[in-house]
Design a protein around this ligand. Structure first.
Ligand code: ADP
Ligand code: MG
Length: 510
């Protein structure tokens, strides 16, 4: 048998599957694709997470697109974190290209152009289904982690959540959360101390500053109603194809802390709401995070720990996480060691540091008789990658330099009018994009304070009435109502002033 035939058998055996699978492309020997030596990933192990890495322009995003399309075809819904806004084209078929036909001929699978069911989601008001959740829903533990507060401060947050629960004060957005903190420091101090213990004003103040910091990064965008039901990520169209949900995050690129917070919130919500999944043989949802270095870049240690923990746990819910990034070293080791599928595009060796990174990356791949991994890493062409997956038994497949198939949908963004049409047809936009600001802790506490002030004023007036003549008492009464809080005090405690004062404070502290 020729080398090529031995290699063909080696790949076909190593990548054979009993159940459903996704074909990535054909394995290459000495730089040329071996037709029909297909590299396939079993659906069954797709919840074991993955990495798509490589230098800019080597084809990472297209690999993500190929995986998303094939998952959708297999009836698996997908969630894409689109940092650069370059994935909306999935909603339109590829126009095709002679080069694409050539590629597919070499691989041995016919090229088919088609579009996919797409839903666009967003953190801001425009251009997509709004993704939001209420502060109450996050709960005190997660909110504490998000804010990165100390243990003492986390204790206070728990007390305040309890107080709000007991008193039926819904915490919907950050405005509510700030209000309850202010209330605990001022008007409600005695009342809360009596029932729940004393709250140190210094700690409450520290929590307030953390909230303001989060707000300044735009964190208020994803707290509020109507909260997103993660079941809506699991939709399948009438032909049984999974929806590809694209979250447009172009406006969050320069705010990595907010992005990691958002990712943690979303993963925690998915983790808590999805049922535990047995060995069903297919994933429930696959999440791709493009430009994934951004979630790890500025995350605090506490947040990182939390992300690592959830990566480990979420697998059992049938959810697979795929990180797309330039260098594998962008991903923390604790996460890296949990990744089942690795698609490594070309790396560039410009500097000594690059060469070191390539050596390190090569060492993380299984040994192969057919490739010198570090050499292959620098010589791969565009749309080619080193692949290592997990077979259905969970054992790593043979390392395969792979000529990857092309996306069936458009490799470019939607035109404005195409996007408009898509948004217009969205059922979820109708469900989620109405502004609601129902009565919550903010309004209810304001009412309570107002009432207490009135009571106090009345009480004072009554006492004054008793000691003065009836004729003058009415005037005193109206004056005393106004004077229970001095005008200056009133201005200083108004929400807008507090917000701006704290804004200045938190800038000074940074
Ligand atoms: N699998 C593929 N099939 C066909 N063309 C590809 C493929 N992968 C990459 N390309 C080509 O390379 C370009 C860059 O790919 P892209 O995925 O955007 O790179 P990256 O995300 O790594 O920066 C694409 O616009 C496309 O023309
Ligand atoms: Mg890209």
């Amino acid at each position: 048998m020729s080398d090529q035939n031995v290699f063909f058998d080696y790949i076909n055996e190593g990548y054979s599957t009993k159940g459903e699978s996704i074909t990535l492309g054909a394995a290459m020997l000495d730089g040329t694709a071996v037709t029909n030596a297909l590299v396939k990933v079993p659906l069954k192990t797709m919840n074991r997470h993955g990495l798509i890495a490589g230098a800019t322009g080597t084809g990472k995003t297209k690999t993500l697109q190929v995986l998303a399309e094939n998952l959708s075809d297999a009836g698996v819904p997908v969630l894409l974190m689109d940092m650069k806004g370059d994935l909306s084209g999935i909603a339109q078929p590829s126009p095709g290209h002679p080069k694409i036909d050539e590629r597919h001929e070499a691989i041995g699978i016919p090229f088919e152009a088609k579009n996919f069911p797409v839903e666009i989601l967003s953190l801001s008001q425009q251009n997509g289904v709004r993704l939001r959740a209420t502060v109450s829903e996050f709960g005190p533990v997660l909110i504490s982690r998000i804010l990165g507060v100390s243990e003492t401060q986390a204790g206070i947050i728990s007390i305040l959540f309890k107080y709000c629960d007991d008193n039926k004060l819904p915490l919907l957005d950050l405005k509510d959360f700030k209000k309850i903190l202010q209330y605990a420091m001022e008007e409600g101090k005695a009342e809360i101390a009596k029932e729940y213990g004393r709250i140190s004003p210094a700690s409450a103040g520290a929590i307030l500053r953390k909230i303001v910091e989060l707000e300044q990064q735009g964190g208020d965008l994803f707290f509020g109603e109507k909260s997103f039901d993660t079941d809506d990520l699991l939709r399948v169209d009438k032909n049984g194809r999974g929806y590809i949900n694209i979250v447009r995050l172009t406006d969050i690129q320069d705010r990595p802390k907010l992005f990691s917070t958002f990712m943690l919130c979303l993963l925690a919500e998915i983790y808590s709401s999805f049922p535990e999944q047995g060995d069903s043989g297919r994933p429930e949802l696959i999440i791709f995070i493009d430009e994934a270095h951004l979630i790890f870049k500025e995350a605090s240690d506490a947040l990182l720990d939390q992300i690592e923990a959830i990566v480990k746990l979420i697998r059992s819910k049938g959810v697979g996480l795929y990180f797309v990034t330039q260098n594998p070293t962008d991903v923390p080791d604790a996460v890296l060691s949990q990744l089942g599928l690795k698609v490594q595009h070309a790396l560039r060796a410009f500097t000594a540091k690059d060469r070191k990174a390539i050596k390190l990356t090569a060492e993380n791949y299984p040994l192969s008789d057919y490739y010198k991994t570090d050499e292959v890493l620098t010589s791969l062409g565009i749309g080619e990658a080193l692949v290592s997956a997990l077979n259905e038994k969970g054992i790593p497949t043979p390392l395969a330099a792979t000529l990857l198939r092309a996306p069936m949908s458009r490799m470019d963004v939607l035109e404005d009018d195409e996007l408009e049409d898509l948004l217009e047809g969205s059922k979820l936009i109708k469900k989620y994009n109405k502004e609601v600001d129902r009565e919550s802790a903010y309004e209810l506490l304001n009412e309570k304070i107002e009432k207490a002030n009135e009571e106090e004023a009345k009480e004072k007036a009554r006492k004054e009435r008793e000691s003065t003549k009836r004729s003058s008492s009415r005037r005193t009464s109206s004056r005393s109502r106004r004077s229970t809080r001095s005008p200056l005090e009133k201005v200083l405690t108004s929400p807008t002033v507090i917000r701006s004062v704290l804004g200045i404070l938190s800038k000074m502290i940074k």
